[in-house]
Ligand binder design. Structure first.
Ligand SMILES: [Zn+2]
Ligand SMILES: [Zn+2]
Ligand SMILES: [Zn+2]
Length: 424
């Protein structure tokens, strides 16, 4: 993207590329959001100008630099929220929607008409077939080896250089060619590129990944029971990440082992991939044995790996691979609880009694309504939360154990409909 140019007028722009860049920087550097935003903004604006902003329009202990960073942080958070909602609604969470920001930046002190923020925030999409990453330039490249048409040349190059996946099919993009180039294909196992009419004999290492029929339970703290592992959940994750390399007919499910994935993949790509699986999914893939076997045309290596659940990931302990939790929801007698004495328990109860999944029971002793939803997976529960949100109610987590999660149901502070009439 172009350098910062103080002559260009400030216009409302599409902030998607900026947010994507911040995200990528966070992924590759492990830096926190705040630091990532500062770093990216500084690289866009230039170190001198960025430093100068710290002294411009200083009022109430704030300055233009701070305001700009905070505005970008707001947009970043809103965009992630929006994406999360879209992911929860559809199982396909890959799409990156364009996020046009029309208000946030124009209110930054620095963004006076003669100060350009526009060049690095991009403009509204004008291309007939806009790139799915920047939403701005025309799609003119083909991803390889997958063959999807998704990016402009700038974004395509970025995707390859940063070892990213295709936005459409989630396979790694190893190489790109221009849409009008001649027909060529790439081997997804070794990276060899050839004319699609010819044959390719792949010599990438053969690998076999085995998931045992059961995995030992993870130890918990203190006297709590150990955390059993749900093999189905582990396999779901494996399947989604190894499908890129293992053909369905080379995936064996059942028998003495739970599942077996067979594929070929060159060493550096494989090493990066299992590191990624460990980081993102908390699964360890370790070498079990390696043997030399007599292939039709010479000797080849075949390496067998074993899957285990990493004990160093907190999410694993918290139930990522454990059983679905029971959810216990309470409508407290708000007047008895110091925090929410203004809310009317009956009003909350009446608003939620027709939601069929809830089966409220009044506890005579504590005078609270209780419902238990047994064994609800996280993504299903997310839907219930949204249903409550539309009623201006929220769940506040009270206590979470490995097998159950207890919440209280509380009106949002703006929801005056749940206040006691005595206060009106
Ligand atoms: Zn692009
Ligand atoms: Zn693709
Ligand atoms: Zn190959």
């Amino acid at each position: 993207m172009a350098a910062w140019n103080p002559e260009t007028p400030m216009e409302d722009g599409n902030m998607t590329p900026l947010v994507i860049e911040i995200e990528e920087f966070m992924n590759s550097s492990g830096k926190k959001t705040f630091t990532a935003i500062r770093t990216i903004l500084e690289s866009k604006i230039g170190a001198d100008k960025f430093a100068a902003l710290a002294n411009e329009n200083v009022a109430n202990g704030s300055n233009d630099q701070k305001r700009l960073v905070l505005k970008v942080l707001q947009v970043f958070k809103r965009m992630n929220k929006k994406r999360k909602r879209e992911t929860a609604l559809s199982s396909n969470g890959n799409a990156t929607a364009n996020y046009a920001d029309t208000t946030a930046l124009s209110s930054v002190g620095n963004a006076a008409p003669n100060h350009a923020l526009q060049p690095f925030f991009g403009s509204s999409p004008t291309a007939a077939n806009p790139c799915k990453r920047c939403g701005e330039r025309e799609i003119d490249m083909v991803n390889m080896p997958c063959g999807c048409n998704t990016y402009c040349s700038t974004c395509a190059r970025y995707t390859v250089e940063h070892h990213q996946r295709c936005i459409e099919c989630r396979r790694h993009v190893r190489h790109v060619r221009s849409s009008d180039s001649r027909f060529e294909v790439q081997c997804s196992a070794c990276g060899f590129i050839w004319d699609g009419n010819a044959q390719h004999m792949c010599d990438a290492t053969e690998r076999v990944i085995r998931l045992p029929a059961s995995l030992p339970a993870l130890a918990s703290n203190g006297d709590l029971p150990p955390h059993p592992i749900d093999i189905n959940k582990v396999n779901k994750v494996l399947l989604s990440t190894l499908r890129e390399y293992a053909d369905p007919e080379d995936i064996v499910i059942g028998g003495p082992i739970f599942a077996e994935y067979r594929f070929q993949l060159r060493d550096d790509w494989f090493d990066a991939h299992i590191l990624d699986i460990r980081k993102r999914a908390g699964l360890k893939i370790t070498e079990d044995n390696r043997h030399n076997f007599d292939d039709d045309d010479g000797f080849a290596d075949r390496i067998v790996y074993r899957v285990s659940v990493s004990t160093s990931s907190r999410r694993n302990i918290n139930g990522r691979y454990g059983p679905d939790k029971d959810r216990i929801i309470r409508i407290p007698d708000y007047q008895r609880s110091v925090l929410h004495d203004d809310w009317d328990q009956q009003k909350v109860y009446r608003a939620t009694r027709f939601i069929s999944i809830f089966n409220w029971v009044l506890n005579g002793l504590s005078r609270e309504y209780l419902t238990t939803l047994s064994k609800v997976p996280d993504h299903v529960f997310e839907g219930y939360k949204q249903q409550l949100q539309s009623l201006k109610l929220k769940l506040v987590s009270l206590r979470e154990t490995y097998f159950e999660h207890i919440y209280i149901l509380v009106p949002k502070s703006s929801a005056s409909i749940y206040r006691r009439t005595a206060y009106v």
